[in-house]
Design a binder for this molecule. Structure first.
Ligand SMILES: Nc1ncnc2c1ncn2[C@@H]1O[C@H](COP(=O)(O)OP(=O)(O)O)[C@@H](O)[C@H]1O
Ligand SMILES: [Mg+2]
Length: 183
């Protein structure tokens, strides 16, 4: 990992500045915000298919499959884990999901916002030491906690931000240029 190098830091800062902004078509950017409910029965499929449509004509190949998988995991987590904050919950009320896509020539950002202020449990480092990886791997892996680990592996970065007034957004970024893992 080149994390200590000045070029790496400069690259991360440049990506951060673009994540913060809204991409403009005049700068070859593309933006989409999609709102739906976790209870709609097809939340993950809608999000996956929207990734393909949103990226079509511009981004092709492996990164599209990885982005589909990542958004599916993040939306699946809202469906499976989100308990809306007390201020937002009412009996029988559907849980709202806001998905944001921001595309720049160099990055694709995905944000999945929910109504629960509880942070996601993002894995820190490797879950298994290398000497344990082998024929027993399946038995040693926990049944839950794989989705965000997979997302961390396929995306260039995964993080979350609290929302004003409650809830949070889980973000991930795909680097479209200079990603050594895809060359
Ligand atoms: N959007 C979310 N809101 C609240 N908690 C979350 C959210 N996403 C993930 N989590 C928490 O992080 C944990 C790890 O998520 P993940 O790696 O996807 O595993 P899994 O979904 O299989 O439990 C979850 O078990 C849950 O406790
Ligand atoms: Mg999950």
């Amino acid at each position: 990992m080149d994390a200590g190098k000045p070029e790496y830091v400069a690259g991360e800062l440049e990506a951060y500045a673009h994540w913060f902004a809204v991409p403009e078509p005049s700068a070859n950017g593309r933006f989409l915000a999609l709102t739906f409910f976790a209870e709609c029965g097809e939340a993950a499929r809608i999000a996956r298919d929207t990734v393909s449509v949103f990226l079509s004509d511009i981004v092709t190949g492996e990164v599209v499959y990885d982005a589909r998988l990542a958004v599916s995991e993040l939306v699946g987590n809202v469906v499976n884990h989100v308990v809306p904050d007390r201020s937002r919950s009412r009996d029988g009320r559907s849980r709202r999901i806001d998905v944001t896509f921001k595309l720049y020539p160099k990055w694709f950002f995905v944000g999945v916002k929910d109504e629960d202020s509880t942070p996601p449990l993002l894995p820190m480092g490797d879950a298994l030491s290398p000497e344990l990886v082998g024929e027993f791997t399946d038995a040693l892996l926990p049944d839950s906690g794989r989705g965000l680990m997979i997302t961390q592996r396929i995306a260039s970065a995964v993080w979350w931000t609290p929302e004003e007034g409650g809830g949070k957004t889980v973000w991930c970024r795909f680097d479209l240029v200079g990603d050594k893992r895809r060359q």
